[in-house]
Write a protein that binds this ligand. Structure first.
Ligand code: HEC
Length: 135
């Protein structure tokens, strides 16, 4: 299980200096805005843009089922984060660097007892995906 400590790090400080409040983070809203086009509104892999892709978007509601019933937070976050860097060859998912990197960082313990600064919106997306898993 993932433990998240909402500690504001560099991103938040920058936002405060700039005089603007950091926006509310919603994994659901980000999913609908940035992911549903391919993965579908419910995450089932049937988004409007899915047809034209070289690889079919997987059904994101079956991640836990495909992983023996446990939701692999760390792997999910690194898949999404990896795409933000555009260094994975053959990757069909678009670049999401600005989405994920311009926000606040929170400290996350992904199970190894180490608190790792992680983009809050990335954590929120993974949290949201965890809530839509089929049994
Ligand atoms: C342009 C279409 C597209 C968009 C937009 C997109 N994805 Fe994907 N996604 C894919 C495809 C295709 C794959 C299969 C791996 C590959 O070829 O890149 C994938 C794979 C994944 C996986 C791995 C699933 C597994 O079972 O291992 C996750 C998690 C994921 N996407 C999450 C997201 C999230 C979260 C977003 C929004 C921030 C998003 N995707 C946006 C097309 C997309």
């Amino acid at each position: 299980m993932v433990k998240v400590m909402r500690v504001m790090l560099a991103g938040g400080a920058v936002a405060t200096l700039a005089g603007c409040m950091p926006p509310e983070v919603s994994g659901r809203a980000d999913f609908q805005a940035y992911c549903a086009g391919c993965h579908g509104a419910t995450g089932a892999g049937d988004g409007a843009r899915a047809d034209g892709l070289s690889a079919a978007p997987p059904d994101l509601t079956g991640i836990a089922a495909r992983n023996g019933g446990a939701f692999p937070y760390l792997r999910v976050m690194s898949v999404v984060d990896g795409y933000t860097r555009r260094d994975q060859h053959g990757s069909t998912m678009p670049e999401m660097g600005p989405l994920i990197e311009e926000g606040r960082l929170v400290l996350v313990d992904t199970g190894d007892g180490v608190m790792t600064p992680t983009p809050e919106r990335l954590v929120a997306l993974a949290d949201y995906l965890a809530t839509i898993q089929k049994p």
